[in-house]
Design a protein around this ligand. Sequence first.
Ligand code: PMP
Length: 431
Amino acid sequence: AYTAEPPGDLAARRDRVLSASYRLFYSDPVHLVRGEGVWLYDADNRRYLDAYNNVPSVGHGNPRVVEAMTQQARRLNAHTRYLSDELVAYAERLLSFFDPSLDRVILTCTGSEANDLAYRMARVFTGGTGAIVTANAYHGVTGEIAAISPSLSLDIASSARAVPAPDPRLGDEAGAQFARDVRAAAEDLIASGHRPAMLLLDTVLSSDGIRPDPIGMFTPAVEAIRELGGLYVADEVQAGFGRLGAGMWGFDRHGLVPDLVTLGKPMGNGYPLAGIVTRAEIASIFGRRDRYFNTFGGTSVAAAVGSAVLDEIVENGLIASADAVGRQLRTRLRDLAARHPMVGEVRGAGLFVGVDIVDGNGALDRQRAAAVVDGLRESGVLISAAGPEGATLKIRPPLVFGTEHAELLLDHLGPVLTALEHGCDADSGHR
Ligand code: PMP
């Protein structure tokens, strides 16, 4: 008979029952029990400012989203093989935020599934098999997508090539250099028998170190991939739904119209809702050949939740707010950088901000970045670190993060940096 483990150390119980592939944040993990807006509460009722989680973008426990979810769940939760008012209304509404050429939707449950399906569709449409991604990209967990996600440090698939992400330090040259790299990768794929099916780009280049600029940096590479017969797939799983503070989608900032767009994370504010938007022409060639049914993708509840999320973004002006709060945050972070030598470059767009943490020689410093993340956690603020070196602070709060929350984050960050700098001085004194 089953007997529950005695209550005790939750982390130890967790280790006994969960797979080793799960990793916790922090050496002293946070045990969350409740969330509201930008706030998270632990088991001791300690409050944390959430400056990291983009999934609850319209706020933890958003009342309109919870209401839509529960009302629809009480009424009906059906899958996509029956006619559904909620699903059609949601697809119509979602498409109204895209260029008219992007006029078809497929819903999935995760961003990984969306990317996996985008790759399948790109292969069917182009007849090619190759994929080009950036050097430290992350696009998801399915076997095929993990194999084209170099940040997972698996062996990359023989049908894929990874190219360096556009380098913001090159300024206006960044796009031309990126296009040369993409073209060379495509030619290399062709030489090895893989015509390129897609160039798959996380619009904000999150795992490549958060690189939203320069504006227009993808355009020459997108032209190159199309010339070589491939499609441009925009992975908007992180950048989408207003996060970058300039339009609903990250590619809007760059003036691009992708062939396929993949969506996820904030799409359902925590309810598993993700999907693809593409042109009818691509959807129909795929649809004639392949069926796609995803049991939980696009259910009535998913659609009701998705609509509520869009309502919240629009009615509360969250895109403009992400822009304004993000600008204030970056300006103040640059002020901090002037006072603290361990703070290097500050990059970002809207409420997606990266801050390089560097050593005495200006080189990226993973350990110091981890110490800042830990120090902030001790003072009640949650962020993380990203980038190939893991040395870029990743500040990516719910979009309901206001100027007062940005100020609070900065009030905590200053002393954390000062304490670490004193610690560093003390260390070097001993050496
Ligand atoms: N693409 C990007 C850019 C992501 O950041 C993620 C998730 N971190 C995914 C795809 C995969 O999404 P999911 O975890 O929902 O499968």
